[in-house]
Design a binder for this molecule. Structure first.
Ligand SMILES: [Zn+2]
Length: 236
């Protein structure tokens, strides 16, 4: 009888052990599920390489095409951000338009699809990469634009501008500038800034913008600005 009682106790203890093990496993499962969910809420940034396909954007005094420089800088920026485990969604990763082949107004369809992609992605913000041009060759320097009614857009643009000046071109006297009419700034529900990296109408800057080392420096300046903004927002 006594022996049978002991056996029952052992069985009970084993059952408790198994329940506890199952509980631990279930908890581990729950932790795993939670960490997967956390991936969904990780920092996500859209990097938009302006123009592409049949739309070259600005054409440099050295025949450099804006669309090519935009894509190159966007890809470099993506690599840097992904090294910090920041998720990057590109609007394009090759020389292509976002407009469907048969669209009547290619430019309008392209812009609408960029906006739709950004709206669906719900990024923390979007960085749109462009190159500038002017009627006289003396004008130069990177400049960041933000939507005038977006406080976060203004903060991000100001930080990016500061990093572009200090890390790329300390002579640059440009400041971040509000804009109320750019389609992408107006039509995206999350903050968007446009980085005009330099002027393709300035011979010296046009050459620099084609140079891989300069593009690396440029991408790093934008990247450091992004990190500074994310830290300020308490996201990093
Ligand atoms: Zn452009």
């Amino acid at each position: 009888m006594k022996h049978r009682q002991i056996k029952k106790k052992v069985e009970l203890a084993m059952a408790i052990c198994m329940i506890m093990a199952a509980f631990v496993l279930a908890r581990q499962g729950a932790v795993y599920v939670l960490s997967e969910k956390a991936d969904d809420t990780e920092i996500c940034i859209v990097v938009d390489a302006g123009h592409g396909g049949s739309d070259p954007g600005k054409v440099g005094v050295n025949d450099a095409l804006e669309k090519d420089i935009n894509l190159s800088v966007a890809l470099k920026l993506k690599t840097l951000l992904e090294q910090r485990n920041i998720r990057v969604v590109l609007t394009r990763d090759s020389d292509t338009s976002l407009a469907p082949a048969g669209a009547n107004n290619q430019k309008a369809a392209d812009m609408q699809n960029r906006c739709q992609l950004i709206t669906e992605t719900e990024p923390v913000f979007t960085i749109s990469i462009h190159q500038n041009s002017y009627t006289t060759p003396d004008i130069r320097g990177a400049q960041v634009f933000y939507y005038g009614q977006s406080k976060k857009g203004e903060e991000l643009a100001t930080i990016l501008q500061k990093n572009l000046v200090s890390r790329l071109d300390p002579e640059n006297r440009r400041t971040a500038k509000a804009n109320e009419s750019y389609y992408l700034l107006k039509k995206t529900p999350t903050p968007t800034v446009i980085v005009e990296c330099g002027f393709l109408s300035n011979p010296e800057e046009a050459e620099l913008l084609l140079d891989a080392d300069y593009q690396n420096k440029l991408s790093r300046a934008i990247y450091m600005g992004i990190l500074e903004y994310l830290e300020q927002e308490g996201l990093l």
